[in-house]
Design a protein around this ligand. Structure first.
Ligand code: C2O
Ligand code: CU
Ligand code: CU
Length: 565
């Protein structure tokens, strides 16, 4: 069955004029590094196909962008000049930077102007990327080519002896699907596309030395997910997830990569005598995944939907001097936030409009003027994501890297245990992650969290959160987030406090547990649902911090921290 589909596809591949062009050497973007990085987004054209050139956007080049190489701990100033006739923004996807410098929809760059954020690089060695983030225009601007890779280096990674010489044994792979208008060769960016491109190269091949070679995989497609396939011969290891190294190299034959996600993989070509391709084994993808056999596709006749197809040919050449020929067995150990310190659990439910579009997060669409969540600076939180739609969504959050701690009630698979900023939820999936919101507070500029299917994001599947510095003295909680319209006061208190619950009926607090910060449960407080207030008496307990765990009527729970004096 699969074999038949694949054969049909290969025949299609051969006869399709647009795709069956001769192999092209993979373009490796130039690099930019140093304390000042100048980037110019501009319209351009590229001769992708015979006939008309295709109108594109590029950053310092006609299509895509230079790879920005940063060193952990360095200061950097980005000068982003917008030479488009449209407004844009520039977001440093995955980097932990102040909200004002993050480049979300609230920091637009008008045509003809330059935006100059500066920040210190606090991130671990990993692969990040940059792209515009203007609401309702992200799909278009990224699709046209305004996107590039960011590589962060640090001394811990440098000491591990991994392949890390850019363009020699360390290669960026910016993976995108594209469609061209059959008459004009213009990009068509509304749907899942029908032609693969890596680093802006159609039908690419790459010469790889017969040794260990690192590929920095980035799915920069608008919607399509790839089930990247390596031979089942123990020659490929995933070494990092979105925001940092895994604890140990993970032997892989498949890497499922959703839009926005990155994975570094090391492939050992040492004893490989025949060339082989990097595959997208998309016939194997599960329910609801864009481009999979049971997911949304690009429409009738799209050769990529639900099929297996090669995306890059590896051509093996001679070893370099001093090749890397082995990997360390241990790369690092994780430093997860302590679960005892969780100040709050937030639940985010994805739903869909009855007409099939748009998609909502907790019932809301993106509102430029709304703040959906307020997080206290320094707090550890657990976010519970629930996909109640029949389509897969890659959830992304700005500001932080997180660790998945639960996937559908189980321990997460190894590739999701590392530092992540995107996680794919298939229909019905529930994911819990833990993170800590350190370093940057700003009551005026929000960070975003959203679906990284850019079509969904532009359709409004995006929300805003601010990080607030509570040392400045504000008490209580905002009333705009899901089931969050309740507070305890006074806080701090002398042991007598009160719950005031302004939540709508399905969100009402139905029970309260009092825990100490050593993780011991002290008491249950029954809640009278007929009232929206409840007295709580902690007078018999010592002064200190206590955690109150609340259950909500419609399911889900919250945690709040109170101080007894
Ligand atoms: Cu890659 Cu909010 O974005
Ligand atoms: Cu981002
Ligand atoms: Cu989505």
């Amino acid at each position: 069955m699969k074999r038949t589909a694949f054969t049909v596809f290969v025949i299609f591949w051969i006869i399709s004029g647009a795709i069956a062009q001769s192999p092209n050497p993979l373009t490796i973007p130039d690099t930019l590094s140093g304390a000042v990085i100048n980037l110019e987004i501009a319209p351009s054209t590229v001769q992708f196909l015979p006939g008309n050139a295709t109108a594109t956007y590029g950053i310092n080049k006609p299509y895509l962008a230079p790879t920005v190489i940063l060193q952990r701990g360095q200061a950097v100033q980005m000068n982003v000049t917008n030479s488009l006739s449209d407004t844009s923004t520039m977001h440093w996807h995955g980097l932990h930077v102040p909200a004002m410098d993050d480049g979300g929809p609230h920091t637009p760059i008008a045509p003809g102007t330059t935006w100059s954020p500066d920040f210190t690089v606090l991130d671990e060695s990993a692969t990040f990327w940059y792209h515009p983030h203007l609401h309702e225009h992200t799909t278009e601007q990224v699709y046209k080519g305004a996107a590039g890779m960011i590589i962060v280096h640090d001394s811990l990674e440098a000491a591990l002896g991994l392949p890390r010489t850019y363009g020699v044994d360390d290669f960026p792979l910016i993976i995108q699907d594209k469609s061209f208008d059959s008459l004009t060769n213009a990009f068509i960016y509304e749907a899942l596309s029908d032609t693969m491109m890596i680093n802006g190269t159609l039908n690419p091949y790459i010469e790889v030395p017969a040794q260990m070679v690192r590929f920095r995989l980035l799915n920069a497609s608008n919607q399509r997910v790839y089930n990247l396939g390596f031979p089942p011969t123990n020659i490929a290891w995933q070494i990092s997830s979105d925001g940092g190294l895994l604890e140990q190299p993970l032997a892989v034959t498949r890497i499922l990569l959703a839009p926005g996600e990155r994975a570094d993989v090391v492939v050992d070509f040492t004893n490989q005598t025949t060339n082989f391709p990097l595959m997208a084994n998309n016939s194997e993808m599960g329910d609801g995944i864009s481009g999979g056999p049971q997911g949304p596709g690009g429409g009738p006749g799209n050769p990529l939907d639900g099929n297996n197809f090669p995306i890059l040919d590896f051509r093996i050449i001679a070893q370099t001097a001093n090749p890397v020929t082995s990997l360390p067995s241990q790369l690092r150990t994780y430093d997860l936030p302590n679960i005892q310190n969780v100040a709050r659990v937030r639940t985010k439910v994805f739903t869909v409009d009855s007409s099939g579009f748009p998609f909502y997060i907790n019932g809301a669409l993106f509102d430029h003027d709304a703040v959906n969540d307020t997080v206290n600076l320094g707090d550890t939180e657990i976010w519970e994501l629930i996909n109640a739609t029949d389509i897969a969504h890659p959830f992304h959050i700005h500001d932080v890297q997180f660790h998945v701690i639960e996937f559908n009630g189980n321990n997460p698979p190894a590739h999701l245990r590392g530092r992540k900023d995107v996680v794919l939820l298939q229909p019905g999936d529930t994911v819990k992650f833990i993170t800590r919101f350190d370093d940057f507070a700003d009551e005026m500029t929000p960070y975003m969290y959203h679906c990284h299917n850019l079509f969904h994001e532009d359709g409004g599947m995006m929300s805003a959160f601010i990080v607030r510095d509570t040392v400045l003295g504000s008490h209580g909680e905002p009333t705009t987030d899901f089931c969050g319209a309740f507070l305890f006061f006074p806080n701090p208190n002398d042991g007598e406090l009160q719950l005031i619950d302004e939540n709508p009926e399905p969100c009402r607090v139905v029970s309260i547990e009092v825990w100490d910060i050593q993780g011991r449960k002290l008491m249950d407080v029954p809640v009278n649902l007929g009232l929206n207030t409840q007295q709580i008496n902690l007078q018999e307990y010592d002064p200190g911090i206590y955690l109150l765990h609340m259950r909500h009527k419609g399911g889900g729970h919250s945690v709040r921290r109170i101080a007894k004096q």
